[in-house]
Structure formats: C-alpha cells, structure tokens
Design a protein around this ligand. Structure first.
Ligand SMILES: [Zn+2]
Length: 321
C-alpha cells in the first residue's frame, strides 16, 4: 500500500525535502504562527464511527504537538460535513469517496500555499473511504498511524527513507521495519506499529518549527556526496547516534550533491550513505530521473562528532555497484 500526497498550487511537494531544505530555497512549506485549526469529517464508516475517527485523529495531532523541541500546535474546531478535498480555506480531515489516485492509496494530503512565500494556509487530509479502516488495532488500516503520517505532510514534511521493505511475490512492497513515521509505505492492515514518531520525525518538525532551545541544543552534519569526482544526487545520508541509537536522515540534492542532516543532539555519529532503492524514487523526488541509485552503501571514513549549535563537515565518496 502506498501513501501519497498532492499539493494544490504551483510548487510540487515532492520538491521539498524535510528539515527546511527545498530544491527552490524560497519554497520552504511552513505554517505561520499560532495554532493550526482543523475540522473533522462527520461520516460514520463500517467499523469506524465519526467519533472514533475524531479521537484517533486527535491522538495523532497530539503526538506531533508533544514533540518538546517543536512549536507546532493544533486546535480541533469540531465536526464538519464539508469534503476534505475542497479548497474552502478550511483545514479538514475526513473520509473521501472519490479518489482520482491509484486505488492502493490510503490517504492524501493537499496543501494550499501562498504564492511565493511557501506559507501554508490550508491543508486537507482525505482518507480513502473504500479502504477498510480501524481505530482499535483490529483488522483494517489504522486511522491513527495513517493520520500521523499525513499530519507530517500537513506540517510541510516530505517523505523520509528510513525504513526497510521487501518485495511481495504478488507485487508491491511490504514494510519490515520503519524508523520514521514519514516513510512512504504503510505497515500492513491490522498493524499499529506506525503510531509513534521517531527521532527523524522529531528532527524534521523541530527544524521547521523550532523552539529556541532546539536551535541551541542541536547541531548538524553537512557535506557532499561524490562518485569518482562527480556529484551524486538523491543519495540517502543517515546519521546514526551511537549513544541513543537513533537515526536521522536526509538526501543529497542540487548540482553539487550537497546534504545537510540537521536537528542532531550532540554526540558521536556513524554516517551512512545508501542508494534510494528501498522505495520508488518518485515517492521522494519530483524529478526522480536525476536520482542516482548506482552506488554501493558506504560510510564516512571516521566517526563524526556533532556539537551543539555547530555544523560538522563530512564529505562522502561512494563507488558504483
Ligand atoms: Zn506520504
């Protein structure tokens, strides 16, 4: 099952990479100040009442709001009969019958942004009403887990590649492990594994909506990914904190193959670079044909020490498969 998102407006969300970096640096998608007000669709589906849906969605919003180093807050206004996918200036989370997408899509998030600034002014999350849902961890896709992922998009986050899949004999991929809520493929029906945020998600939302403490308390690792002297675009760079055993990642972008992994608590990091081959590159990049997946997994030649408020430089050299 594939999760997708769409963006109403000129700038494709796929072009946006989390942690505040965009292919167009003027198009960082972000809400202005103050709580984000949202309505909840009032429909009852088999197995999921409107009230159970409201509560599950509320728990997902609360998980993002509970990140101590981020300032994003939410206010539920109440139920609405409005369609989640109408451009009406009202942020709505609800079920939708008409899906113009692949029928494997579980939910989509659309963002309306102010032209030029990238400020988000409306976001809607539509759950595919044709899919079997549940809110209690029984059979059916878990509303809370999928809401958690989609709310990440609502906040302006793109997909993260920290996860592991295997090919199904019948086609498609099955998630074996995910180290981030923003991995683009959902856990199987009946799983509630996707209900929690991970270090990568917390780093992403904190980089977009930082508290002053976050900026003072964390650092970053940046550099270039190269192969035989040429820049590598779309390499997935993951920083593994050897003390907390958490993962935070990002991609190399631009003609120089530059990457920045931000929001890292001080400490020693193992830096791994891998090709984006565990999901479709076009789940991450609008312009996915520029993504280079022809290289072997590699590591920085030494442990990278991150200090608070500072950037540590680590260039990475990879070799062809
Ligand atoms: Zn998604």
């Amino acid at each position: 099952m594939v999760l997708a998102f769409v963006l109403a407006g000129a700038s494709p969300l796929e072009a946006y990479l989390k942690l505040g970096f965009a292919q167009d640096p003027d198009q960082v998608l972000r809400w202005g100040g103050g709580p984000i007000r949202y309505f909840v669709g009032d429909r009852d589906l088999p197995g999921v009442s409107g009230e159970a849906f409201r509560q599950a969605v509320g728990r997902a919003f609360a998980s993002w709001e509970a990140v101590p180093t981020a300032t994003a807050t939410f206010t539920e206004v109440g139920f609405t009969g409005l369609s989640p996918l109408s451009e009406d200036g009202v942020t709505t989370v609800g079920f939708e019958d008409v899906f113009d997408f692949d029928d494997r899509v579980l939910a989509v998030t659309s963002l309306l942004t102010r032209t030029g600034s990238g400020e988000i002014i409306e976001a809607d999350i539509a759950f595919n009403a044709a899919v079997a849902w549940s809110t209690d961890g029984q059979s059916g896709f878990d509303v809370e887990a999928i809401a958690l992922h989609e709310i990440g998009h609502l906040l302006g986050l793109g997909h993260s590649a920290i996860g592991e899949t295997e090919l199904r004999p019948t086609g498609g991929r099955r998630v074996i492990a995910s180290g981030t809520a923003m991995f683009p493929i959902a856990f199987s029906s009946g799983s509630i594994e996707g209900r929690r945020l991970h270090a990568d998600d917390r780093a992403g939302v904190s980089d977009l909506y930082p508290t002053p403490e976050f900026q003072q308390a964390t650092g970053s690792i940046s550099g270039r990914v190269q192969k035989g002297g040429a820049s590598v675009v779309g390499a997935h760079v993951v920083a593994f904190n050897m003390q907390t055993e958490t993962l935070v990642g990002n991609f190399s972008i631009g003609s120089e193959g530059r990457f920045v992994v931000a929001g890292l608590p001080p400490g020693p990091y193992l830096l791994r670079v891998e090709p984006l081959d565990d999901a479709d590159p076009d789940s991450f990049f609008q312009d996915s044909d520029t993504v280079d997946v022809d290289f072997r997994v590699g590591f920085a030649s030494q442990i990278v020490t991150v200090r608070a408020g500072a950037d540590a430089v680590a260039d990475l050299e990879v070799v062809s498969k």
